[in-house]
Ligand binder design. Structure first.
Ligand code: ZN
Length: 475
């Protein structure tokens, strides 16, 4: 695709866009088009019909391209982007040794830069929405909001409401200052085109029981979500059992914090009873398969969750920002963890993972009415994917091919709220390369000053150790 196409797509609109095909919830259709106006899909339908009903618009043809909904990353930590590879080889609960110290070392400039770097990677990978689970950097969350807005990505912005750090712990009374700032945060972003407020508690034991209850109520009233890491690691499940006689999810249920407003991150270690609790209460989950592989103890039973009617999307947890590779990982992890053992060679039949990566995610993060499908009235958050490639052109089953063979190289354009934000992997209207250079410098300083504790050596050091060991064994 050449420059004229880019310029036509960057037009403030309205525009009539005619791709080769459009991915609807029911599947891909050829010969359809969309009208984008004022940030939304003003019309979606057969191209000839839209051309007739919009005679004043010049059609922008995008042959060989699929127009599909942008991916929704249902679980991210935007201000952790300086250290993705610090987690490699590490045992679970790295938040204690890596993330908390790293975020603690960020100032306003480095937190902004880290968040914008994460947003850039996400947009390049086809994510048009990210749910940020709340920064623990000592900065106003407006720093993260500004980074997302400046990068041009839709952001569900978590505010951390932990209040159980004091001597009374979880049994204490709620910290009124925490609830007051939660109330303000929920009202602060009204009318913002890209920022949607959310509350967050790092893990159930990080907040007092009254605060777990109050945040659930406040979020439900505001139509927002509360993000909590739940049942991710064995150590966390066992701590909860020792303390409450209940697993984390059961504890949240007893407190009254389950419900459609809860976005439970991970939920990998689930008993059959907890699956029932999720389904019965309408609680949403972010299934994070790459996080399981990199630092987890288990893989969430996502195929079973889909069957049982549990609401869920997929999340990166900041591991890597490629929507197609995430969909692939979502399927792959189900195959290895569950499908091989039961002879389920389908594990969701492809479409499940595209759907969970788009409108399942939008629903889970509380934006089901806003984004996640190519549909009249929804925000125009979408991708133009080049399907005229060796990987995808000989198509027999496009949705499944996108899951197994797609990746971000095939994304020609990314739109958020009707505006072209990314063209062939580069941001429009701002300098991505300069941001990356700045981030590289700030990341060195932040990690050096953070007091991060790693258990595992780097790859190169591990190789040297390995060779040393084998050498001495031979001697
Ligand atoms: Zn997380």
């Amino acid at each position: 695709m050449n420059r004229p196409a880019r310029d036509a797509l960057a037009h403030p609109g309205p525009i009539l866009l005619v791709p080769g095909s459009v991915l609807l919830p029911e599947g891909p259709v050829d010969g359809w088009a969309v009208v984008v106006d004022d940030g939304r899909f003003a019309a979606v339908g057969p191209a000839d019909e839209l051309a007739r009903s919009h005679p004043h618009l010049d059609a922008v043809p995008m042959p060989g391209h699929l127009l599909m909904p942008g991916f929704v990353d249902a679980h991210h930590h935007l201000t952790q982007s300086f250290g993705a590879a610090l987690a490699f080889g590490e045992p679970s609960e790295i938040f204690r040794r890596v993330w908390v110290p790293l975020e603690g070392a960020l100032d306003e400039e480095s937190a902004y830069t880290a968040a914008k770097l994460a947003a850039l990677e996400a947009l390049r990978g086809g994510f048009t929405t990210v749910a940020d689970a709340g920064t623990r950097a000592d900065v106003d969350v407006d720093v993260v909001a500004s980074a997302a807005r400046d990068a041009g990505i839709r952001c569900v912005l978590g505010l951390v409401c932990n209040d159980a750090d004091g001597p009374d712990g979880q049994d204490g009374t709620a910290d009124p200052a925490v609830l007051e700032s939660a109330e303000k945060h929920l009202a602060r972003w009204t009318g913002d085109a890209l920022v949607h407020p959310s509350l967050a508690v790092s893990i159930p034991e990080a907040a007092t029981e009254p605060t777990l209850r109050a945040t659930a109520r406040m979020a439900a009233e505001a139509g927002a979500v509360v993000q909590i890491h739940v049942n991710e690691h064995l150590a966390g499940v066992e701590r909860s059992l020792v303390r409450h006689g209940l697993r984390p999810l059961e504890h949240l249920h007893r407190v009254g914090a389950l419900g459609p407003q809860l976005l439970a991150a991970h939920a990998t270690l689930l008993t059959p009873r907890e699956l029932t609790l999720l389904a019965d209460t309408g609680t949403a989950v972010s299934y994070n398969p790459v996080a399981s592989a990199w630092k987890g103890n288990a893989v969430a039973p996502a195929t079973a969750m889909a069957e049982r009617g549990v609401r869920f999307g997929t999340g990166t947890d900041g591991t890597r920002g490629d929507g197609f590779r995430l969909a692939d990982a979502a399927e792959f992890a189900q195959r290895l963890a569950y499908g091989l053992a039961t002879g389920d060679s389908s594990c969701g039949a492809g479409w499940t993972w595209l759907e969970r990566g788009t409108h399942g995610g939008a629903d889970a993060v509380g934006l089901g009415a806003v984004t996640g499908t190519v549909e009249r009235g929804k925000a125009a958050d979408f991708l133009l994917v080049d399907v005229d490639t060796p990987e995808l052109a000989l198509s027999w089953d496009l949705p499944w091919e996108l899951v197994r063979r797609g990746n971000r190289d095939q994304i020609t354009a990314v739109f958020v709220a009707g505006s072209l934000r990314m063209w062939q992997g580069r941001p429009t209207g701002w300098d991505g390369a300069a941001l990356v250079e700045r981030a590289a410098g700030l990341a060195r300083a932040a990690v050096a000053g953070a007091g991060v504790t790693r258990v595992h050596p780097t790859s190169t050091a591990a190789r040297a150790l390995d060779r040393g060991r084998k050498g001495s064994a031979r001697r």
